[in-house]
Design a protein around this ligand. Sequence first.
Ligand code: 6PG
Length: 194
Amino acid sequence: MKNNKHLSIINAPFNVDYSNGDIKGKNVLNISNKLKDLPNVFENEAAFLKLNGETIVYDVQAVLPVKEGVEDGLFYGKTTIHPGKVGAEYFMTKGHFQQKKTKAEFYWGIQGEGILILMDKDRNTWAEKMFPGSLHYINGGIAHRTVNTGTIPLSFGACWPSDAGHNYQDIIDNGFSFCLMEIHGKPQLIASNK
Ligand code: 6PG
């Protein structure tokens, strides 16, 4: 059966500004995560409570062309983590496992510098440096959290299967085994007390 696009040359429904990753187009999702939306994420609770809860830590844009949970689709996103710290801990994302452990994901650095923290089911933790042009493969079953270690916004792209889902509860309950602190001016992974 012919569809109404047959033989037509149309504009791409979305476009990306490669300088900062900004996505333009219809129905692009925009979500801001403020400090007040990140309780129990940072190590130093006293330092966290002293900060203005309205401070935006990171913004997420996403293109979801199919319904969440559909097996044969792909989602595309861009996250911008603003520079900042809670105590000695850099601003970062909540972090999560995919709901489906068989679903992998790509991340790539667009702007700024940071660290991608990765943790497996046995809580082994390692990290990859993120910078413009860096490409990261996140295997299913690996928790992932991104950290801005620089002084300008850190932007990165993401592409993941539409049925991967997000498991935040595991991180809310158990946290990551290591966190990233600024020690003598340099990012360092140290054991979490959470
Ligand atoms: C995703 C991507 C990515 C991620 C954001 C925010 O699965 O949607 O991994 O878009 O959600 O970078 O990170 P958190 O989901 O951990 O808050």
